[in-house]
Design a protein around this ligand. Structure first.
Ligand SMILES: NC(=O)c1ccc[n+]([C@@H]2O[C@H](COP(=O)([O-])OP(=O)(O)OC[C@H]3O[C@@H](n4cnc5c(N)ncnc54)[C@H](OP(=O)(O)O)[C@@H]3O)[C@@H](O)[C@H]2O)c1
Length: 362
């Protein structure tokens, strides 16, 4: 494949990302149509509400100029009748000669069938170009398709000495404005946000998506709360009309709570069950925002798919001040959870470090 192929696929991936917050439970898809003379004649990206898929939007702009051209699609085109007719039919009917798509769509209705349909119709299919990048763009969707459980991204803000609050429990704010704005951007990309009862009791957080960006489904706010002790005066309980609140716990009187607070009655220490239940509600991705106990439980259960720490250049000190991760922890340094595929970005005075647990398949 050529440098032009690489550039066009990078463009298709950038288009795909315009759909962040607007596609779930579907995938992010971008498409670029290049004519036989090498000119970009059509572009599109998928947004759930608009029904049309990236390929059909791009083909509609290209019109007759698509004939004999190449379609760069960030994910395998689908060949079945779903909410829309098959995109493979549209590509074939438009006379596309070559389709470049990096990865298969793991949706069992699509997987491999889209490529096979195109090839059977005589369309040249090339896969693998920028496949790591394409996988990353759809990491939550692909994980959900594989496991039917949400992709778990653990995010915490810590001081240089690893504290998430002071010894009095004060955590406002560990990081500066730029890092906090970045957190809103992260929330925007997720279907749900999850915290423990401790964080709700101590911080009374709102946990909404305040990125200002358009989103299709409200961010679901999940609290692991064994004794269902959420206060009716908490910001969460008072804002159920803005975004749903789901409490997961075993027992407790909930008569005092606003009817908008949904209660799931089971043991929240069974995190596999928590994730299965969220997956059943077609929640593809969860941003776990702490606190230390919940973060520790997810690490101990080996259920974290991605980690982001914001590190502030300040020292909090105090043996009673909570550090980022509680739980059991690892016995030996050689067993510690190592992150790979690291990305380190400066956010104002703070650092954002993101990585994936080593050895996890992409
Ligand atoms: N800097 C940051 O990024 C950040 C983020 C969040 C919080 N914080 C700080 O962290 C502190 C709170 O941390 P925390 O450890 O006390 O609270 P937490 O992790 O938010 O909540 C822990 C509580 O959640 C409940 N829970 C239910 N299921 C659980 C499970 N599977 N695993 C763990 N907990 C479960 C338990 O209470 P019940 O038995 O009552 O259900 C448990 O005591 C606060 O000071 C807050 O300000 C900092």
């Amino acid at each position: 494949m050529t440098e032009t192929d690489r550039r066009m696929m990078a463009r298709a991936l950038a288009l795909a990302q315009k759909g962040v917050g607007q596609v779930s439970p579907g995938p992010l898809v971008g498409c670029v149509i290049v004519s036989s003379s090498g000119e970009i004649v059509g572009e599109g990206h998928y947004v759930f509400e608009e029904l049309n898929h990236a390929e059909t939007i791009a083909l509609a702009t290209a019109g007759e100029k698509a004939r004999g051209g190449t379609a760069y699609v960030s994910l395998e085109p689908h060949a079945h009748h779903g909410r829309t007719p098959p995109c493979t039919d549209a590509l074939i009917a438009a006379g596309i000669k070559r389709v470049v798509a990096p990865i298969e769509d793991l949706n069992p209705k699509v997987s491999g069938k889209g490529f096979a349909h195109l090839q059977a119709a005589g369309v040249e299919v090339e896969t693998g170009l920028l496949s790591d990048e394409a996988t990353r763009v759809n990491e939550a969707y692909l994980h959900y398709m594989r496991t039917r459980r949400p992709f778990v991204h653990l995010k915490l803000a810590v001081s240089l000495d690893g504290k998430i609050a002071t010894r009095t429990g004060d955590s406002h704010w560990v990081t500066g404005v730029e890092a906090r704005e970045r957190v809103q951007e992260l929330r925007h990309a997720y279907d749900a946000i999850l915290v423990g009862a401790g964080t709700v009791a101590k911080d009374d957080p709102l946990l909404t998506d305040r990125s200002g960006l358009r989103r299709r489904r409200a961010l679901v706010r999940v609290v692991l709360d064994n004794h269902l002790r959420l206060s009716p005066d908490s910001k969460l309980a008072k804002t159920t009309s803005e975004a749903p609140v789901v409490l997961i716990g075993r027992s407790g009187n909930t008569d005092h709570l606003n009817k908008g607070v949904e209660i799931l009655s089971f043991d929240p220490s069974d995190l596999c069950l928590v994730l299965t239940e969220l997956g059943r509600r077609s929640i593809q991705s969860v941003l776990v925002e702490g606190g230390a106990s919940v973060a520790g439980s997810f690490i101990d259960a080996n259920l974290v798919n991605k980690v982001t720490f914001f590190i502030a250049p300040k020292i909090v000190g105090g043996s009673d001040a909570p550090s980022a991760i509680a739980g059991r922890g690892f016995e030996r340094m050689t067993h510690a959870l190592e992150l790979e595929r690291l990305e380190i970005t400066q956010r104002g005075r703070d650092l954002e470090i993101t990585g994936y647990p080593a050895g996890q398949s992409m």
